[in-house]
Design a protein around this ligand. Structure first.
Ligand SMILES: [Zn+2]
Length: 248
């Protein structure tokens, strides 16, 4: 049977036995799938650096229709995700964005919007002096938006009025409302951060990073974390790593 040849973004790899790894890919033609890369850990690793998070590859995959696990054939590196000077913040951001995309993508669903989002985040992170923190916030917002999980920043779901202040989490209804409808104590996004997101999320990730330069994005990080953890029922592994590394 001829292999399935497709472009893909690498999301994650994990070891399988002594010599192999399993690669989780966001493929252009079939969405998220898994493949075994035999010999990827042995001496003379044939895949070398092509399997870094969010690298874009053209790959041949072997396996029957509907298989849970393909076998990885050739891998041609189309675009490395490696940031200039191996910038630590950008490397952590790549790892984080890849984990975020993987956590939200359903298996086997083609998703060109997610693919384009991944590519544009890499473009932003490869720029010299890139702002990894801003790119992570952008990736979170758009991942939640693409999956229909991002609240409206403009109109309150409860009173249907334009939001002028901040947003609050209404726990009893499990949704985000304006601070007039929710209690001020339950505020999860302040007025300034909401206005910033409303104007800047239309930009590309690189321009978003530029626009938010010098602005404290911690309130937006908390807002997104609340939404992500409410949906997944857990936190992302790399968010804990980033907190401990960037704080020390
Ligand atoms: Zn309201």
């Amino acid at each position: 049977m001829p292999p399935l040849t497709t472009d893909a973004l690498v999301l994650r790899t994990f070891p399988l036995g002594e010599m192999s790894v399993v690669v989780v890919l966001l493929t252009r033609s079939r969405g998220k799938l898994r493949a075994v890369a035999k010999g990827a850990r042995g001496p003379g690793d044939r895949y070398q650096s092509s399997l870094q998070p969010l690298s874009e590859v053209r790959t041949a995959l072997y396996g029957r229709e509907g298989t849970e696990l393909f076998r990885l054939g050739t891998v041609e590196l189309l675009r490395s995700s490696e940031p200039p000077n191996s910038n630590l913040e950008s490397l952590l951001a790549l790892e984080y964005c890849a984990e975020l995309f993987e956590a939200f993508l359903p298996p086997d669903a083609r998703d060109d919007d997610a693919y384009r989002l991944g590519r544009s985040c890499v473009t932003a992170l490869k720029q010299r002096g890139s702002n990894g923190t801003a790119v992570m916030r952008y990736a979170e917002a758009w991942t939640l938006k693409l999956h229909g999980l991002y609240p409206s920043l403009a109109r309150c779901l409860n009173c249907r009025q334009s939001v002028t202040g901040g947003l609050a989490f209404d726990r009893s209804a499990g949704r985000v409302v304006c601070t007039n409808c929710g209690s001020k104590r339950a505020e999860i996004l302040d007025s300034d951060s909401r206005a910033l997101l409303r104007s800047a999320l239309r930009l590309s990730p690189a321009n978003f990073a530029e626009r938010t330069e010098g602005i404290d994005l911690a309130p937006i990080a908390r807002f997104h974390r609340e939404l992500i953890e409410t949906h997944l029922g857990r936190s992302l592994n790399s968010s804990r790593v980033i907190e401990s590394v960037l704080r020390s």
